[in-house]
Write a protein that binds this ligand. Structure first.
Ligand code: PGA
Length: 240
């Protein structure tokens, strides 16, 4: 793991976007994935700016979303799909060769999982995977206790995730399950970029990076990834 400590959120975001672009330039026909949510917002904006300025070419590249709340589609407030649409695709002046956004509101959610695996079979493995970390150490919706051997799957959400992530919905929606890329797909990525900011992430970052590799803290599996960057602001790095 290469740990990069940045002075603040803006610098973390810029660094993660640059590392993403560098990874994609090595394989311009590769597959890119960004987590959704507060942490990657600045990274996604910075990457879109780089694309629009011609600093990285996505015209031959493919894009896949990381995860979704079961029950939400990409037009629903709080969904990862809407984050992708609003914060990323709407800003891009260029298009990917193809993209696959998970539909958590699919009537047949198992078919939706199978479609995600089929997209990986067609365009994978990931070239660049940009991940956040949950307060329970989750990556995507690979919750604590998850098997490291899974591809895309549907998984019950932990109580921590339900509590912490209610910031995205308030009382409007009470998710019980997530659909997510699996750890096996994440670990097969050529380059993984884990980002975290804020003092509230300092403990879980310390556990994930300096603790044992265990599915009790899913992000700890990244210690075994051969090309993983951990990009932190000073607050999230404070307990390393
Ligand atoms: P956050 O979520 O960006 O809302 O902190 C991180 C995550 O759960 O991956």
């Amino acid at each position: 793991m290469e740990i990069i400590v940045c002075k603040d959120y803006e610098e973390m975001s810029r660094k993660a976007a640059e590392l993403s672009a560098e990874g994609l330039r090595q394989h311009p026909d590769g597959l890119l994935s960004f987590a959704g949510g507060d942490t990657p917002l600045g990274t996604v904006h910075a990457f879109a700016d780089m694309v629009n300025k011609g600093e990285v070419d996505i015209s031959r590249a493919h894009y896949v979303s990381l995860d979704e709340w079961v029950g939400l589609s990409n037009t629903d407030e709080g969904s990862c799909g809407l984050f992708n649409e609003r914060e990323f695709f709407a800003r891009l002046e260029k298009s990917f060769a193809s993209r696959h956004i998970i539909n958590g509101a699919a009537v047949d959610i198992e078919a939706e999982r199978d479609a995600l695996n089929a997209y990986f079979a067609a365009h994978g493995p990931l070239t660049v995977s940009v991940l956040g970390i949950g307060m329970n150490g989750h990556l995507g919706f690979n919750e604590d206790g998850v098997s490291f051997d899974l591809d895309a799957h549907i998984i019950p959400l932990s109580d921590t995730t339900k509590r912490v992530m209610s910031k995205y919905f308030g009382e409007k929606f009470h998710p019980t399950h997530g659909i997510s890329q699996g750890i096996r797909q994440i670990m097969a990525a050529e380059r993984v970029i884990l980002i975290a900011n804020g003092a509230h992430k300092a403990d879980i970052i310390r556990q994930a990076i300096t603790g044992p590799v265990t599915n009790a803290v899913p992000a700890s599996v990244l210690q075994n990834h051969p090309n993983c960057y951990v990009v932190l602001d000073e607050a999230a790095a404070a307990k390393l």
